[in-house]
Design a protein around this ligand. Structure first.
Ligand code: PLP
Length: 388
């Protein structure tokens, strides 16, 4: 069997149709869309189609903005720093409320803004691993808070946060709301009319699009200071020549992701559940978070007495790619931050392994993975000093 890729929360295979759609924009229609000649203008209709696909994918009204950028890290930085400039710096509202389990693209930007005069409040998660509306209500003082930034789905656990209720509440309270929806697109419905967020970030490479391109949704009427000043691209809200090929690819990837939502929530969920049932059959194993409130493709599992990194290498030797958590944190051997925030003890937090499936995952791959996991746990436990 070829290698098996179960690390789709880190990045995904580019859909062959997406790759094909992008190709002409490297060697034939390569004009700068800002140029006035035909090389420049001929790409406009294709860009329009891609933008329409993005708007339709998140059900955004025409009057709202979707800024095309380089990645979700840029989108998250843009929101947080722009709110700092426009709504915090010279006002009495100094507070940004976020959670203890955001991606570093939010957490580290918040830390930076904290050192520049903003007051950052990190909401704890409950025993289910999520932040609830009640937790938010307890901490939200509308006279002091400029922004609430809470992810739609967690990258490590797959746990889904009640962003609809929280954004509705923030709207009532006159507080801006941002959601990092990177792990939600293509896995659960994302709809900015139904869920009234002011900002939403996404990234193409998480839903079978290319790397290095993302989108930032901004509700009409919300002020936005650009992160990148420069030319008049994106109506002056994000300077820099648009990566046309990648935009075309992201548009199609979004459409395909939405078209495949049912498949993801039936077939892929079923495969994930089968994997989950099998690992739960192994003694002293814990899966983090109830499966009903997780994205259909994700499972974070901890095998008592087994160091996550050691497990990962054994899987890798067998051709299986999984992860110990956020790809961006994988250079450090720290305990999994989401697990620590959930109050999981430190030993368990070192043993978390994330398997994340995609619409390309097959039954045979899951069968083989179950076989390898079972043998690996047995082998590693037999040589573990902490497992008796
Ligand atoms: N937010 C979340 C929840 C993520 O999972 C990731 C990537 O892992 C990012 C942000 C960063 O995305 P990008 O790689 O596009 O910067």
């Amino acid at each position: 069997m070829d290698r098996i890729y179960l690390d789709n929360n880190a990045t995904t295979l580019v859909d062959p149709l997406v790759k094909e759609a992008m190709e002409p924009f490297f060697t034939q229609m390569y004009g700068n869309p800002n140029s006035l000649h035909s090389f420049g203008t001929e790409v406009h209709p294709y860009m329009r189609i891609a933008m329409d696909r993005l708007y339709s994918g998140i059900n955004a009204p025409d009057e709202d903005d979707i800024l095309i950028n380089s990645c979700a890290t840029e989108g998250n930085n843009t929101v947080l720093k722009s709110v700092y400039f426009d709504y915090i710096r010279n006002t009495p509202k100094k507070r940004i409320i976020t959670t203890e389990v955001e991606h570093p693209a939010v957490t580290n930007t918040c830390k930076f803004l904290g050192s520049s005069g903003a007051e950052i409040v990190y909401l704890p998660v409950n025993s289910d691993g999520i932040v609830t509306l009640d937790i938010l209500k307890e901490h939200l003082d509308p006279d002091k808070t400029a922004l609430v930034s809470i992810m739609k789905a967690n990258n490590e656990t797959g746990l889904i946060f009640p962003v609809k209720e929280m954004s509705l509440y923030c709207r009532e309270q006159g507080v801006l709301f941002h959601t990092d929806a990177v792990q939600a697109i293509g896995k659960i419905k994302v709809d900015v009319r139904d869920t009234p967020v002011d900002f939403l970030t996404f990234s193409a490479h998480k839903f079978h699009g290319p790397k290095g391109v993302g989108g930032l949704y901004v509700r009409n009427g919300i002020k936005l200071t650009p992160l990148l000043h420069g030319g008049e691209q994106m109506s002056g809200k994000r300077g820099g020549t648009i990566n046309v090929a990648s935009l075309i690819g992201m548009g199609l990837a979004m459409e395909l992701a939405v078209d495949n939502l049912d498949f993801e929530n039936t077939k892929i969920r079923q495969l994930r559940d089968r994997l989950e049932d099998a690992v739960m059959g192994i003694k002293d194993t814990e899966v983090i978070g109830r499966r009903e409130i997780r994205t259909p493709n994700t499972i974070l599992v901890s095998f008592k007495g087994i160091e996550g990194e050691a497990f990962l290498w054994d899987l890798n030797r067998n051709g299986i790619a999984a992860s110990t958590g956020s790809a961006c944190a994988s250079e450090s051997l720290e305990a999994n931050p989401s697990l620590m925030a959930m109050g999981v003890d430190k030993e368990l937090a070192h043993t978390g392994i994330r398997f994340s499936l995609s619409r390309y995952t097959t039954d045979e791959e899951i069968d083989f993975t179950i076989e390898v996991i079972t043998k690996t746990v047995e082998r590693l436990r037999s040589i573990s000093s902490t497992y008796a």
